[in-house]
Structure formats: structure tokens, C-alpha cells
Design a protein around this ligand. Sequence first.
Ligand code: GRF
Length: 193
Amino acid sequence: MNQPIYHIAIFASGKGSNAEKIIDYFAYHPTIKVCCVLSNKKDAGVLDMASSKNIYVKPFSKQELENGAIARFLIEQKVDYIILAGFLLKIPQSLIALFPDKIINIHPSLLPNYGGKGMYGIRVHRAVIENKEKESGITIHLVNEEYDKGSILLQEKCFVAENDTAEDLAKKVQSLEHRFFAPCIEKYILQNG
Ligand code: GRF
């Protein structure tokens, strides 16, 4: 019997280093395929990277996200899961309702600490350093209607050295992201179908 194929859409707003790791991880996977990469920034590096790997790319506007055009596109593409890999817009409730427990996000801190609106990128690491935290890390979670509040799938930690800058910490956290995000997605999809 043929195995089911699960289709992943990746949403990203930036350079897409996480998106690239995910695309490479699933490039020859027997049952999980990255079918498209979407971005709200038409000049985002993630679009060029995905195109260079022959992945369908779709830049879109905030309006298209909010008026249902992107939801229709995802349904037409038979997308099963949406992965947010550095996506800076809030996912509309209507899209969450269409993909219940099927939207996965990664956040560069140990939620609930250093999460919520406006906490993204280097801002997160600056706040961790300013508060002299001894550890930080990543949180991979399902997306619900509240920012960074969905069920947590995985957290991985790194130590924060006294002399670490926000940039040093960003590198430590990024290496955790690149190591754990794709296998976490695979495990969740294969366990939940
Ligand atoms: C990562 O820090 C991720 O945790 C956050 O956005 C950033 C994306 O980085 N959600 P990149 O574009 O994948 O390099």
C-alpha cells in the first residue's frame, strides 16, 4: 500500500536559515515533502534560497493572508502542515481554524519567558543578556490564537556565559534551531498524521 505523503508549507519573513535546514532535511524523505515556501516580504532571502532548491515560492501581502487568499492557496496545494520559520505576522484565527494543531512555530527563547508581541530576533537575546540569565534556548510549539502560547512540543537549552553578547547567544540558539527543528517537525507529523 502507498504510504501517505504529508505536504509542508513554510512561512518565513527573513533569510530563512531554518527554512533551508528543513528543506534539506526532507529533500529525500519518503513521506514528508516541503511543497512551498511563502513570505510576506517579496525580497526575503528565503525566497531566493527556496527557488534555488526548486521549491515553489509565493510572496504574499498581509491583506492576502487576512482575506483568505492564502488559505485557499494552501488548500489547493493540499498542504497538511504549516511551519513558521521566522515569520513575523500574526496568523489569523481563520487560518488557525483551518489547520488546527497543524501550525508549528519556533521561538528563540525558553517560553513563556521572553515571548509575546515584539519579542523576536536579536531583541530576545538582548533581553536575556540584560537580565543576566544563566540559560536560554529554543521553544518549538503549536500555534494558537495567542502569541507564543500554543502547546510546547520541544524545548532545548544552552548555557549563557557571563561575557556572552546578544550576538554570541544568537549563534548558540541558532545552532539549537538548526539541529532540532526539522526532526521535531518529522516526529510530530509521523505521530499525528
Ligand atoms: C529564528 O531565530 C527563529 O527562532 C525565529 O525567527 C528566526 C528565523 O531565523 N522564529 P532564520 O530566518 O530562519 O535564519
